[in-house]
Design a protein around this ligand. Structure first.
Ligand code: FRU
Length: 525
């Protein structure tokens, strides 16, 4: 074992002990039952999403010593079906000069020799303590030959451009026998850009700068974190790079974006643009930037291609800036979205997002089903107590509904709290409103009713809502809109209620499935 490995192993053992100490104090009132989270401590971005040795690998930015962001490690969970997750040992810890202050975000690919190669950002504060004099960030390689459980660090593979203070989050893919990588950059004149590198070396050690792939139009945007760049096909068939029927999607998390109207409402927002690209050609966008998710807690999503060709995404359903009550006393903070499949819309200029088909395997029983008519200003209780997680499918017949607002109230407690998921006839939008959610941040977010649902001969609005102990995700129509937010409801029974205002509502379909936990370890359920 090299000296580098010995130093990291000592750091990993210490980190595991840190998590175990905090785990003993974990409060599960909001701990996710069907979403990935650390067993204790802080998490942010999904990292290294991959499939190796028959298992899906999900790593995450992890601070194992507290519920606050701190020196970053890579936590790890794995699964053979995308819905049952096993905890793995922490995979990477700061241990070299280059990653002294953090093993920052990055991605993983399976090399031709079968090893899992991770390219991540080695992070140092230039002044050794904080960002006041900027960061010194380089891209580093680490390699696993045991299916992603343990890694050897192989050192820096891309150096920091002279004077740059933000240069991070490499995302690697293979195309036509060549490796490509995008990385987020803040230029010397503080413009947010995505840079493209290429590599012809099978070990992934030698990278060449190719081009500036993209620059944010908003001059206030000074950095594009966590870029991801991948093809999606218009036919709905799996999209492989080089397929002529594809569009390319660039996802990134801008820093400094200006809030306007319904967009960029959060301290941190993630967006995407759709365009055309081929190696050696510039990226030409055919869409404006659009939210990757319109919820209050969503950032730094990453995707990977499943063995069957689907493009699968996890986002961080958390925030650097919003108040999250689990930080104070619950010994954990941060969770991921449900795994999602991305598809290119028929028009070829937007992306739809739905839970992966496997999510339905979590359904253990159906507690309410049927058409439901909601009378004038009436509340209909669908389930008295959904304490853990549920997957709810609704259709609202907009032609036969006279109510000016129809709401599904989730986490409705005897204290009068709830989170409202509403269709609002006046704005023509679907809202997720946390004014009465309980603890934590309030505020509301919304997406338009998709044209496919809101118009035509039989306008029916379809909603899929995934509720967990501490989150609500709303998928609208065929996934044209998504709203993901963390919520912190009071203790006690948490009912599901349909509610109409100033009119009646007709719902031809209402199905409520209770979900089993995703955790292999019974102690986490
Ligand atoms: C995004 C981010 C990345 C960075 C990581 C550090 O949330 O700031 O740019 O690599 O988190 O934890």
């Amino acid at each position: 074992m090299s000296d580098t490995d010995t130093t990291m192993n000592a750091a990993l053992e210490k980190a595991e002990a840190g998590v175990r100490r905090m785990r003993a104090a974990r409060d599960d009132r909001w701990y996710p039952s069907t979403h990935i989270a650390a067993s204790a401590g802080w998490i942010n971005d999904p990292n290294g999403l991959s499939f190796v040795d028959g298992r899906y690998q999900v790593y995450f930015q992890h601070h194992p010593y507290s519920t606050e962001w701190g020196p970053m490690h890579w936590g790890h969970v794995s699964s053979d079906d995308l819905v049952t997750w096993r905890r793995e040992p922490i995979a990477l810890a700061p241990s070299t000069t280059a990653d002294r202050d953090g093993v920052f975000s990055g991605s993983a690919v399976v090399r031709d020799d079968g090893a899992l190669a991770v390219v991540y950002t080695g992070h140092r504060f230039r002044n050794g303590v904080d960002e006041d004099e900027g960061n010194l960030q380089v891209q580093c390689l680490a390699v696993s030959t045991d299916g992603g459980r343990t890694f050897s660090k192989e050192g820096t593979v891309i150096d920091c451009p002279e004077g740059f203070v933000h240069f991070r989050d490499p995302k690697v893919w293979k195309q036509d026998g060549r490796w490509f990588l995008v990385v987020g950059v803040s230029t010397l004149d503080r413009r947010g850009q995505v840079w493209l590198y290429t590599c012809d070396d099978p070990e992934l050690t030698t990278w060449d700068f190719d081009s500036v792939l993209y620059e944010a139009a908003d001059p206030n945007v000074f950095m594009l974190e966590c870029p991801d760049f991948f093809p999606l096909s218009r036919s709905g068939e799996p999209a492989y790079p080089g397929d002529p029927d594809v569009r390319w999607v660039l996802v990134f998390s801008p820093m400094g974006a200006t809030p306007h109207g319904y967009t960029n409402r959060n301290g941190n927002n993630a967006v995407y643009v759709v365009g055309d690209w081929a190696p050696g050609r510039p990226f030409t966008d055919v869409s404006p930037d659009r939210p990757s998710d319109s919820g209050a807690n969503y950032y730094a999503p990453q995707t990977f291609q499943a063995p069957d060709g689907r493009r699968i995404l996890f986002g961080w359903m958390g925030s650097f800036t919003a108040p999250e009550p689990t930080r104070a006393a619950d010994a954990w903070c941060g969770q991921f979205t449900a795994p999602r499949e991305l598809r290119l819309s028929a028009s070829g200029d937007s992306v739809s997002t739905v839970p992966v088909a496997e999510y339905a395997r979590l359904r253990q029983d159906t507690v309410a089903t049927g058409p439901v008519s909601v009378g004038l200003n009436e509340d209909v209780v669908l389930a008295e107590d959904i304490r853990n997680s549920a997957d709810i499918e609704l259709e609202i017949d907009l032609d036969r509904t006279t109510a000016e607002r129809v709401s599904l109230l989730v986490h409705a407690t005897p204290t009068g709290n709830h989170t409202a998921v509403s269709w609002d006839s006046q704005s023509g939008r679907v809202w997720l409103d946390r004014r009465l959610s309980g603890a934590g941040d309030r505020g509301y977010r919304s997406v338009p009713v998709p044209a496919s649902d809101g118009t035509g001969d039989a306008p029916t609005l379809r909603l899929r809502v995934i509720v967990d102990r501490g989150s609500v995700e709303v998928f609208v129509g065929d996934g044209e809109g998504v709203i993901s937010s963390a919520v912190f409801p009071p203790e006690g029974p948490r009912a599901l209620v349909l509610s109409s205002e100033s009119g009646t509502a007709e719902l031809p379909t209402v199905t409520v499935h209770r979900l089993r936990s995703i955790w292999e370890d019974p102690a986490d359920r």
